[in-house]
Design a protein around this ligand. Structure first.
Ligand SMILES: *[C@@H]1O[C@H](CO)[C@@H](O)[C@H](O)[C@H]1NC(C)=O
Ligand SMILES: *[C@@H]1O[C@H](CO)[C@@H](O)[C@H](O)[C@H]1NC(C)=O
Ligand SMILES: *[C@@H]1O[C@H](CO)[C@@H](O)[C@H](O)[C@H]1NC(C)=O
Ligand SMILES: *[C@@H]1O[C@H](CO)[C@@H](O)[C@H](O)[C@H]1NC(C)=O
Ligand SMILES: *[C@@H]1O[C@H](CO)[C@@H](O)[C@H](O)[C@H]1NC(C)=O
Ligand SMILES: *[C@@H]1O[C@H](CO)[C@@H](O)[C@H](O)[C@H]1NC(C)=O
Ligand SMILES: *[C@@H]1O[C@H](CO)[C@@H](O)[C@H](O)[C@H]1NC(C)=O
Ligand SMILES: *[C@@H]1O[C@H](CO)[C@@H](O)[C@H](O)[C@H]1NC(C)=O
Length: 668
């Protein structure tokens, strides 16, 4: 019994409070609001008072009436409300739609009210009439002179009419007391607190951005007794309208309480505003995104171009049959890196067959010389490569080692050992630069002879050099002569019509029968070796084209010999520093090798024996040498060459001379 009374007593205050309205909406999804006009609750719980429809109003009210007084003539209780709103103007709009008003009204729906500037609260007839009993806190982004609005971004108190009893610029006082403007129609969420103190009759209105705590100082505080305006039983809610200018008015959360402070909103639980996607993002989307896409696309294109160019730059021709020559095949990329991209600074020389570059192999750090031979025809390439590769296996101290090759479109690259001292002709003809002394020259001659003997006889196959001359003799670090570029002339014999086979070699070194038949033999190499001997001994080129008369070296040496003064033919730069017997031997061998009858020429083996002193020097008189014979051989050579070219003889002669010049002056 006693307990029952106690329980009833404890329940009493609960009933008292139930009279005093107190509600919180953190989003309106499960709220039972009373809506009219174009107001709606979105699927994610936003209260959307208006949408982008012109000249419409929207209302939302708490469904139940609120008791504001204990009697019709009594004074209004204290009340407090807090809500979060946002006014989203449409994309690119400079002017916003009308505002949003928190209202306390006698009837839901505000019958007879108009949209536009009336904010869905009044009409022209009843605006300002004290029988309305309407209280409002307007958040108005439009300045309407009709209702004496102070500006186009203000907060005001409306009592029975739209001409505000008080209004001020929208903003808030930060903690330091500094005033900060806020733009109502920025599309950003803002929180509003309306607090009415029923005992001191004072209304406080406070505004702040959503991420700012309730400011200590309200935006404004107005002394106003609401007892004559607010009746005993009223409805609370929001009113809004659109006019010619559009806007979407949102309320995200709302809390209200009579006789007490409204409960704070759980901001994290509030529904999200729809992406304006139009106003905020434009800078990112309309400028940033296309720029990004452009950047990515151009990066892609650039990298594709880079890859293609890189591929093309390092492209090679590699055919099936070449697989066998694997170890002799170089990668173009490797050669490209070795020669620093075939830089001009690495250029060693330009010869008849192409340009020669110095390089250092990236992995092994071996010094190399790379010869780039341009060659369009693929005919005969296979045989040539086979020969090159087999020659690559030749090893002799007087032969420049061929390390390998690489093939590209229209180009063949040959990789040789690097010879630091360059080609012999530089020493012979570039006066007054370094001249080799006789001892060095004789050593070079013997070296070349032994190298050539190795090619002719010392190996499983006979290798014909085809282009023996001073510029093809290279000097290694110890000034040993080494034969380079053998067989290369052959490349140019291949693939052409046998009828018009043009003889490749160098004028002055070409044996007469070679020019006649186009066939290179050991004997034609010996003929060239003879011209080379005279070149080294005399320090003159086999044919010197100069005014007033051309000098055919072999004829001149022959004439010296004929006079019995063969030593007069020697290189005058040597002075007296030479060995007479050796000089005479070399000059005489030069003459014998130049014999027009190939069978009369000695073999390389014999030549080496003469040079080494193992065989006594043959008698020149017994060899039916004659000036006429020599002359004939040369003239015949020219005539034949001239005939194989369809142009006039003199033209052919000058053409060939220039060829000869370039061959003679060339590096390797
Ligand atoms: C605005 O809301 C009303 C009522 O909910 C609807 O009929 C109308 O289609 C909406 N207009 C726009 C532009 O969303
Ligand atoms: C919503 O409120 C109205 C008016 O008070 C009432 O008639 C209705 O039953 C309520 N509905 C719900 C689901 O609470
Ligand atoms: C309320 O006020 C009106 C006049 O303002 C008066 O006529 C009426 O008697 C009062 N009622 C009460 C209950 O005080
Ligand atoms: C204005 O509103 C009142 C009620 O609020 C209504 O009685 C009246 O007819 C309205 N006047 C016009 C012109 O709509
Ligand atoms: C106010 O409205 C009432 C009835 O709604 C009307 O009788 C009265 O004349 C109006 N007063 C003014 C000043 O318009
Ligand atoms: C706030 O806005 C008003 C009116 O637009 C302006 O006069 C005032 O200088 C602004 N104050 C600040 C602090 O920006
Ligand atoms: C209203 O603001 C004033 C300061 O401006 C403050 O003293 C008063 O307590 C506030 N009233 C309410 C109900 O918050
Ligand atoms: C409001 O209360 C007053 C008296 O206090 C009464 O005359 C009036 O009709 C009431 N208005 C409404 C709309 O209930």
């Amino acid at each position: 019994m006693f307990f029952k009374i106690l329980a009833v007593l404890s329940l009493l205050p609960v009933f008292a409070y139930a009279q005093e309205t107190n509600f919180v909406y953190n989003g309106f999804r499960s709220a039972n609001l009373s809506l009219d006009g174009i107001a709606a609750v979105t699927s994610n719980g936003l209260l959307k008072l208006t949408n982008f429809t012109k000249q419409q109003k929207g209302h939302a009210f708490h469904p139940d009436p609120v008791q504001f007084k204990n009697s019709p003539n009594g004074s209004v209780y204290s009340f407090s409300t807090v809500f979060v709103f946002a006014i989203q103007p449409p994309q690119y709009a400079t002017l916003s739609g009308h505002g949003i008003v928190f209202v306390i009204v006698p009837q839901r729906g505000l019958p007879g009210s108009l949209a536009n500037q009336y904010l869905g609260m009044f009409n022209a007839t009843n605006n300002g009439n004290s029988t309305n009993h309407v209280f409002g806190v307007e958040l108005d982004p439009i300045q309407n002179p009709e209702f004496k609005d102070i500006n186009d971004n203000h907060v005001g108190i409306d009592l029975n009419g739209l001409t505000s009893a008080y209004s001020t610029q929208a903003g808030y006082y930060a903690d330091g007391g500094e005033f900060k403007n806020l733009t109502l129609s920025s599309g950003k969420e803002m929180q509003v607190w309306v607090d009415y103190d029923g005992t001191v009759k004072r209304i406080n209105v406070t505004l702040a951005p959503i991420n700012v705590q309730k400011p200590q100082i309200p935006l404004f505080s107005l002394r106003q007794d609401l007892s004559s305006i607010i009746n005993q039983s009223m409805y609370v809610g929001f009113s809004s309208s659109t006019g010619l200018f559009l806007a979407s008015h949102y309320v995200l959360g709302w809390s209200f309480r009579v006789n007490g402070e409204a409960q704070a909103l759980a901001l994290s639980q509030l529904p999200k505003l729809p992406r304006i996607g139009k106003k905020e993002t434009p800078k990112v989307l309309t400028i940033g995104l296309p720029l990004m896409v452009l950047f990515i696309v151009s990066m892609l294109i650039l990298s594709v171009v880079y890859v293609i160019r890189r591929k093309r730059r390092f492209a090679e021709v590699l055919e099936e049959w070449e697989r066998d020559y694997g170890p002799h095949r170089f990668k173009f990329k490797e050669l490209y890196i070795a020669t620093k991209g075939f830089r001009e600074q690495e250029l060693l020389g330009t010869g008849g067959f192409g340009r020669v570059y110095r390089g250092i192999l990236p992995t092994s750090k071996i010094e190399i010389a790379v010869k780039r031979v341009s060659h369009e025809s693929r005919q005969g390439m296979r045989e040539f490569i086979a020969e090159i590769v087999s020659i690559g296996r030749l090893r002799h101290r007087n032969i420049v080692s061929l390390l390998g090759y690489c093939r590209r479109k229209g180009e063949l690259l040959l990789v040789y050992d690097y010879m630091p001292n360059g080609s012999l002709d530089k020493y012979l003809h570039n006066q007054p630069k370094v001249t080799l002394n006789w001892r060095q020259r004789f050593r070079v001659i013997k070296g070349v002879a032994s190298g050539l003997l190795y090619l002719h006889e010392g190996w499983e196959q006979v290798v014909i050099h085809r282009d023996i001359k001073a510029s093809n003799i290279l000097l290694d670090a110890e000034l040993n002569g080494r034969l380079g570029d053998f067989g290369l002339a052959r490349l140019y014999d291949h693939g052409t019509d046998p009828q018009t086979t043009h003889v490749v070699g160098t004028l002055g070194y070409l044996a007469p029968e070679h020019t006649r038949t186009g066939k290179a033999t050991r004997n034609t190499d010996v003929y060239a070796f003879g011209a080379f001997l005279l070149e080294v001994a005399c320090g003159r080129r086999p044919i010197e084209l100069r005014d007033p008369e051309d000098v055919i070296l072999v004829d001149w040496v022959f004439s010296c010999w004929d006079r019995g003064a063969i030593l007069e033919a020697r290189d005058p730069r040597l002075g007296a520093e030479f060995v007479e017997e050796e000089m005479e031997l070399v000059l005489k061998l030069g003459l014998i090798c130049s014999h027009s009858d190939p069978l009369m020429r000695p073999s390389m083996r014999q030549l080496l024996q003469y040079l080494e002193g193992d065989l006594p020097m043959p008698d020149l008189l017994s060899m039916s040498l004659s000036s006429g014979g020599l002359m004939f051989s040369h003239r015949e050579g020219f005539d034949h060459l001239a005939m194989s070219y369809p142009s006039s003889m003199s033209k052919a002669f000058t053409d060939l001379s220039s060829v000869a010049e370039s061959h003679l002056s060339g590096g390797r």
